[in-house]
Design a protein around this ligand. Structure first.
Ligand SMILES: Nc1ncnc2c1ncn2[C@@H]1O[C@H](COP(=O)(O)OP(=O)(O)OP(=O)(O)O)[C@@H](O)[C@H]1O
Ligand SMILES: [Mg+2]
Length: 280
């Protein structure tokens, strides 16, 4: 198996195998049902690891198009929550719905990805020996099962889609640069761009600015704010200055449960939140 195939397979595993059949719960035109303006419902969710309750009666709703920040001390269950949404971890009980009809607890990870939930892990995973443009191209092809080779001709529309994403993530000038040569921050943006090529409805992003320079953080804030509205974005982040710079609604998790929810000012003035953070 050649390198090209290997990369194709890796991409398919990483970004989710796309099947042509309808995903259960999707409407006929393959869109998620957000009739009530809510894109994600988590109700009374519980997850235990060997008797330890990592997620404890968690109820959370994400509005369609919103940018939500999730904060909370180490071990609060933030990453586990994302694992539940993406099907990596099955809850012991509770319900998790994408739109009104798609039961995520009954779907495989790749089905959830193809239904429109993209996830960005903390460590960027780009293809270092391919150019920035090619990385986006690979990500796009993984979506359509037409992954032949990098030399396959792109349609004008596909080319436009890649250029649009390059502009959006601020990497137009780096289009021909090998991804491995990008700065840490640029790699993070490239990976967000790769996720966008899949046209997700909901993006989950875990600790995007860890290790970024101040300027990169500011650009990331701009990018995430720009993405919201077109898609829903859930950001887990420890950096409070960053959260303050983008936050509209903030959810504070503690011991697997929602401790507080509201504007950044509301949650940082909440006595219980203050106690939890001081007690860290
Ligand atoms: N697969 C697992 N097996 C056992 N325990 C786990 C597993 N995954 C997570 N945990 C535990 O569940 C709790 C919640 O972990 P989680 O990673 O969700 O926290 P977090 O809020 O993301 O923390 P951080 O801010 O440090 O990333 C922790 O106590 C963790 O040790
Ligand atoms: Mg975590």
């Amino acid at each position: 198996m050649g390198l090209v195939n290997t990369i194709g397979n890796t991409l398919q595993q990483g970004l989710g195998k796309i099947s042509n059949r309808l995903v259960p719960g999707l409407s006929e035109d393959n869109t998620v049902n957000v009739g009530h303006g809510i894109i994600l419902y988590m109700e009374s969710v519980n997850v235990s690891f060997d008797g330890f309750k990592a997620i404890n009666d968690l109820t959370l709703y994400i509005d369609d198009g919103e940018l939500r920040c999730i904060i909370g001390p180490n071990g609060a269950g933030k990453t586990t929550m994302m694992d539940v949404i993406t099907g990596k971890t099955r809850p012991d009980s509770g319900s998790v719905y994408f739109g009104q009809t798609m039961d995520l607890t009954r779907m495989e990870e790749h089905e959830i990805a193809s239904a429109g939930i993209g996830r960005k892990f903390q460590k960027p995973t780009v293809f270092p020996y391919h150019s920035v443009f090619e990385n986006l191209e690979l990500a796009m092809h993984a979506d359509k099962r037409v992954w032949h080779s990098l030399r396959a001709r792109l349609s004008g529309e596909q080319n436009d889609a890649i250029e649009e994403t390059l502009k959006l993530v601020g990497l137009l000038e780096q289009s021909n640069v090998s991804a491995g040569l990008l700065s840490h921050g640029q790699k993070q943006w490239l990976e967000i761009g790769m996720l966008l090529m899949q046209r997700p409805r909901l993006l989950l992003i875990d600790e995007p600015v860890a290790g970024m320079t101040h300027q990169e953080m500011e650009q990331t804030a701009e990018l995430l704010q720009h993405l919201a509205g077109k898609q829903s974005v859930v950001v887990v982040e420890h950096d409070m200055d960053f959260v303050r710079s983008i936050a509209r609604k903030v959810t504070v998790l503690h011991e697997g449960h929602v401790l507080a929810e509201g504007s950044m000012d509301e949650v940082t003035n909440n006595q219980r939140v203050v106690e939890v953070y001081l007690g860290e």
